[in-house]
Design a protein around this ligand. Structure first.
Ligand SMILES: [Zn+2]
Length: 139
């Protein structure tokens, strides 16, 4: 599905806004936010969901997908990912391998080649289709 520059801007801004909802224990320089755009045109955002175990934490992308699913929206058109890893705010945030797999599976279920906006805190992004960044998916 074709997305617009205005949708890209909204998606990135919502992902950045979601960073402010991070759990207080989440280190300020290690916060992640994501926002998904659905086929219906709605945006669902989330920060990563903290766990003291670290291994049980939900990534921002996972939490944003769950946020959309909680509203019965599973047809994801695009996702924006941001992080606070880079103090200068210039580094593009790439989804991890687990999140790429989840996005790939969502893409397979909906038939939509999800647009992935790997964004920075300045609102810039590197845009790729999920089929480009997961060339050899499992299974
Ligand atoms: Zn991840």
């Amino acid at each position: 599905m074709k997305t617009t520059p205005e949708q890209h801007t909204s998606l990135i801004q919502e992902a950045i806004r979601a960073l402010s909802t991070a759990h207080p224990k989440n280190p300020p320089n290690l916060r992640f936010g994501a926002a998904v755009l659905t086929r219906a045109g709605n945006i669902y955002a989330s920060s990563a969901f903290w766990s003291d175990t670290l291994s049980l934490a939900l990534h921002g992308e996972q939490a944003a997908l769950a946020h959309a699913a909680a509203h019965n929206e599973r047809d994801i058109v695009a996702i924006a990912c941001v992080s606070t890893e880079d103090q200068a705010g210039e580094k593009f945030c790439h989804p991890c391998g687990i999140c790429k797999q989840l996005l790939y599976e969502s893409s397979q279920a909906s038939g939509i080649d999800i647009e992935v906006l790997m964004a920075n805190l300045k609102g810039q992004s590197l845009r790729k289709q999920i089929s480009e960044i997961v060339p050899y998916p499992w299974p």
